[in-house]
Design a protein around this ligand. Structure first.
Ligand code: 13P
Ligand code: SF4
Length: 347
């Protein structure tokens, strides 16, 4: 656990982090990418951190890989690469910097390390976990294999390196159906997200899919009833759901896709009103690109993603701390499962 008092005192002694109207003015172009959702008064507080992080990034030869659920000041202010889990995994194989700062959750940082064993991978907060990754271990994979002999194991990237290493191939929400179709078996084991598995089963009826009973604490909270009521109240709203939502929720939606799929759908369709049935920052991060779209309705916050803040990113770069390591033997096996996914999804 980070000692926030020491962290703040050390940063304050090393950088000028006081709110600054001057720096906010000098970085107006960055603020323009989020001014629909980040008030100028907040930008005055964020700008000194953004400037300090961007300077330190150059000194450390570091690149920031940020997931689409990061808050706007991280997503637009300091990230070098943004994307969904698949994009971040692919970009991790292309990064030239010596240091990767993963702004996302721990399994994403592990994936970057697995794909770049020689690089230093930092995560601003080691406690940025994931309910899916925590729901299963390598022993559970062995239990599933024993129950369904010969069936390949397709594990969501939202898993630890040990679970990836025990799996045949990984998948993300943007390629899950494609990966399952590519398996040379009628029965396929999907772990750990029961809802992603059930949604894929609806898309790939020719296979028998069996699953582990994990779930995402953000997406499992949406209900089909809520969406039906919202549609009755606002019939002209386009409802767009992430496939980690239960299948009856996805059935109520006009479209379901990964966070990149959601971004692409909004860009292509430009609905007047859109309800993004996913994490709250998703709509905030694309609000300025689509001033014509009204992002309406409820969203749920991921407490793990929200552990990553500008202050902790600066601390990570300042100390070169919170380094993510993976046992080399586990890493090598996990790499095969991730690379197989990247290969299959490129076909
Ligand atoms: P994608 O960005 O791949 O859609 O995944 C969402 C997610 O749950 C990340 O934690
Ligand atoms: Fe895990 Fe869900 Fe948070 Fe993604 S949104 S990190 S799947 S808990």
């Amino acid at each position: 656990m980070l000692d926030m008092l020491t962290l703040r005192a050390t940063l304050a002694a090393s950088y000028d982090l006081a709110p600054s109207a001057e720096l906010a003015e000098a970085t107006r172009d960055i603020h323009a990418k989020m001014d629909r959702v980040v008030p100028y008064a907040d930008w005055v507080r964020y700008a000194p951190y953004v400037v300090a992080i961007n300077d330190l990034k150059k000194k450390r030869n570091a690149a920031i890989l940020a997931h689409n659920y990061m808050t706007p000041e991280i997503f637009h202010g300091v990230a070098d690469v943004v994307g969904d889990s698949l994009q971040l995994a692919i970009e991790a194989t292309r990064v030239e910097a010596d240091v990767i700062v993963q702004c996302g959750v721990h399994f994403m940082a592990e994936t970057s390390k697995i794909l770049n064993p020689a690089k230093t991978v930092l995560i601003p907060d080691m406690d940025a976990g994931c309910s899916l990754a925590e729901s299963i271990n390598a022993e559970n994979i062995a239990q599933m294999r024993a129950k369904y002999p010969g069936a390949p194991v397709v594990s969501y990237v939202n898993t630890t390196a040990e679970v990836k290493a025990a799996s045949d191939v990984c998948c993300t929400s943007s390629n899950a159906a494609q990966i399952v179709r590519a398996m040379d078996s009628d029965v396929v084991i999907m772990t750990p997200d029961q809802y992603l598995a059930q949604n894929v089963a609806n898309q790939v009826p020719e296979k028998t899919i069996v699953w582990w009973e994990g779930s995402c604490i953000v997406h499992e909270r949406f209900t089909a009833k809520d969406l039906r009521e919202f549609r009755e109240w606002q019939p002209d709203t386009r409802i767009i759901a992430h496939p980690e939502c239960p299948p009856d929720v996805v059935a109520e939606a006009d479209f379901s896709g990964s966070t990149k799929g959601i971004i692409d759908y909004v860009a292509a369709e430009k609905p007047a009103k859109a309800l993004l049935v996913t994490e709250c920052s998703m709509a905030s991060n694309i609000a300025d690109v689509h001033p014509e779209v009204d992002f309406v309705g409820p969203c749920n916050m991921c407490p793990f993603m929200k552990k990553i803040t500008l202050e902790k990113i600066l601390w990570s770069l300042h100390t070169m701390g919170q380094e993510v390591t993976v046992d080399p033997v586990v890493s090598e096996k996990a790499r095969l499962a991730v690379e197989r996914m990247i290969e299959l999804s490129a076909k």
